[in-house]
Design a protein around this ligand. Structure first.
Ligand code: HEM
Length: 507
């Protein structure tokens, strides 16, 4: 389970007493959703601690007995797990005003991020302003402005893969980080993850993750500690100092875009252009741009690793995709966004990669405001709400043979019509639900499409050691996203790749 979720849940658990009393006041007539049997006082906390590794798998098992809603009582704190797409849609989409908050993390969100990180900000005025700004810069139409950057990045990727194919894992990390930096700040493509600004942003991300891990900061266990003045509380002094360092970093990155190439295209430039309309302070703008890197780098790279795993385990899918791409793109040029409408199978592979191994299997935790009765169950106010995307994506009533990688499930039999399962957004649950749905989904989809198309066009991807195929179960959870562990595979350029690319790329 991601540290972020654990953190959100753990600190909420500490607020034992008040919640126990609230529950006693609840009308006994309406039952809570079903869930595992708890123990006195601690409820399901012992179960939770024993099962916290890859906990979405346990939730998915429980869902087979209990159904679409599971209730856990963690020492008095309510956690409700939504296992069906319908429940997620009914609550998070249809009743968005009640389910668009995030649980509060004092150290990570309030102190380190100074209350301005879009992913943690409470549902309210500031969140709306930040979302409006992101929408301006990253909506479907605006995202088209970044096509050139994304195409350029894939050309550089192929060059790197030709030189060092075994390092594909790192090349994907670099592609994802570099693309998002170019889009956000207008800096040209990055040569290495060791570039100082990239290293500093990764340090920031690690710090945020660390702050979100249960028990790392006492203030999240005893919130009253946050009332202490900084001179009495070392964690606060250090946290505020780090906040200032990150603010300086993000402000300098934001301002540096004005001197770089691609500048008119960048998200930062769109913030400047729409300054009056958006009404954001320099600090809010700087943090908004900075937080997009965290949202968009590891996530995109992880889905690309899932794609690689799918290709080596399902060679017939790669063959079929190569046939499509050879017919539409040919060998004398690389794929581009104009081909997208003619590459339905590549689009279906992308959707299937997002479904097969959802890299955020529990979405990002929400918090409810008021209590609600849903399908005869009482969902308490101030509950933590988790969306079990893993279970939704493996529902056999929606996806036949759900553990298999079958891109065809997203296409009509003549390959002409796209199929979007009910309650999905554009065919997937990967980007979340309702008002807090991922605002970077257009950018992510575009990067995924062009990279997958390029890989299929340029390389044969096979198992290096057929006697030891990597298992689709060998996944690692780095605290924020799920990703297949790095594995060996053989990436051989197709006969046309080197000659075509050498004519195009000038790194
Ligand atoms: C494949 C790649 C990606 C995946 C799977 C993904 C997934 C998600 C999910 C599940 C959420 C939580 C949504 C919810 O609460 O229902 C989220 C939020 C967010 N994502 Fe993404 N994301 C991806 C790429 C990106 C990119 C490229 C960006 C930026 C350009 C981005 C920026 C954000 C931000 C800022 C939020 C917080 C939104 C809020 O709380 O209002 N993500 N993402």
């Amino acid at each position: 389970m991601s540290s972020l979720h654990l953190g959100l849940i753990f600190l909420a658990v500490i607020l034992v007493g008040a919640t126990i009393f609230n529950r006693k006041k609840r009308s006994q007539a309406v039952p809570l959703p079903p869930g595992p049997q708890g123990v006195p006082l601690l409820g399901n906390l012992p179960w939770f601690l024993c099962n916290s590794n890859f906990i979405w798998l346990k939730f998915t098992e429980l869902a087979q007995f209990h159904g679409e809603l599971i209730y856990l009582n963690l020492a008095g704190k309510s956690v409700v797990v939504l296992n069906s797409a319908e429940a997620a849609f009914d609550l998070l989409d249809q009743r968005g005003s009640n389910y668009s908050n995030r649980p509060e993390l004092i150290m990570a969100s309030k102190i380190l991020a100074g209350g301005v990180h879009i992913g943690f900000v409470p549902y309210g005025i500031l969140w709306r302003k930040l979302r409006k700004a992101v929408h301006f810069g990253l909506n479907k139409k605006s995202a088209e402005a970044y096509f050139t950057i994304q195409e350029q990045e894939t050309k550089v990727l192929v060059r790197r893969l030709l030189k060092a194919p075994d390092e594909w894992h790192g090349h994907f990390n670099l592609l994802a980080a570099s693309t998002i930096l170019s889009i956000v700040y207008g800096v040209p493509y990055s040569l290495s993850l060791d570039e100082p600004h990239i290293r500093k942003i990764y340090q920031f991300m690690e710090h945020m993750l660390h702050a979100a891990v249960p028990g790392n900061y006492l203030v999240d266990i005893f919130p009253f500690l946050n009332r202490l003045p900084p001179w009495l509380a070392r964690f606060k002094q250090e946290g505020l100092k780090a906040h200032q360092t990150y603010t300086d970093l993000f402000v300098s990155l934001l301002e540096s875009e004005t001197n770089k190439s691609y500048r008119n295209l960048s998200f930062a430039a769109s913030l400047s252009k729409n300054e009056k309309d958006l009404g954001l302070t320099i600090k809010e703008k700087a943090w908004l741009a900075g937080s997009l890197f965290g949202g968009g780098s590891d996530t995109t790279a992880s889905v690309l690793s899932v794609f690689m795993l799918a290709m080596i385990l399902h060679p017939h899918v790669l063959k079929k995709a190569q046939a499509e791409i050879d017919q539409v793109v040919g060998k004398a040029r690389m794929p581009c966004f104009q081909d997208q409408g003619n590459l339905p199978y590549i689009g279906a592979i992308m959707k299937e990669a997002l479904r097969w191994i959802p890299i955020t299997p529990l979405g990002l935790a929400r918090s409810s405001n008021d209590p609600l009765i849903y399908k005869g169950h009482y969902i308490p106010g101030n509950s933590i709400i988790l969306t079990n995307v893993w279970a939704m994506n493996r529902n056999p009533d929606v996806y036949h043979n759900p553990t298999e990688f079958i891109p065809e499930r997203y296409l009509s039999s003549d390959n002409k019509r796209e199929i979007r399962p009910k309650y999905t957004r554009e065919g997937t649950h990967a980007f979340g639900f309702g008002r807090r749905v991922c605002p970077g989904s257009n950018i992510a989809n575009n990067t995924l499409f062009i990279t997958i198309a390029t890989m299929v066009w340029g390389f044969d991807i096979t198992l290096s050691d057929p006697s030891h195929p990597p298992s689709m179960d060998s996944l690692m959870d780095n605290g924020a996203v799920l990703r297949p562990c790095p594995f060996k595979c053989s990436l051989s350029p197709r006969p046309h790749t080197e000659s075509t690319v050498s004519k195009l790329v000038d790194e």
